[in-house]
Design a protein. Sequence first.
Length: 121
Amino acid sequence: MTDTELESLIGIILRTGVMAAAIIVATSGVFYLSQHYASPPGYATFQMEGSSLRTIGGIVHSALHLQSEAMIQLGLLLLIATPVARVAFAAIGFYLERDHLYVAVSLIVLGILIFSLVHSA
């Protein structure tokens, strides 16, 4: 795999991830607004999201049942996963190019990203 092929593949991954996330969030947002357009907002007290929207499994399960809030969350998760996938594919590409220094750097960055995502709550 050449540098140009790797850059092209990574560009495709980034464009596809961002476009898919944008389409999912926009479509789900329209769906959400069509369901809740007449609901008056209550700003007197803070209301957290449901417990099913706090885990990846709960988000996917709720999105499969076409709950608009979960579908929006799923789009945002996809948007967050896009740069993580970019770093993972870069590490694989550098491995195929036998560039061990950049493989190590990519894996360190990937580890930091995953650690920060897992331990952010």
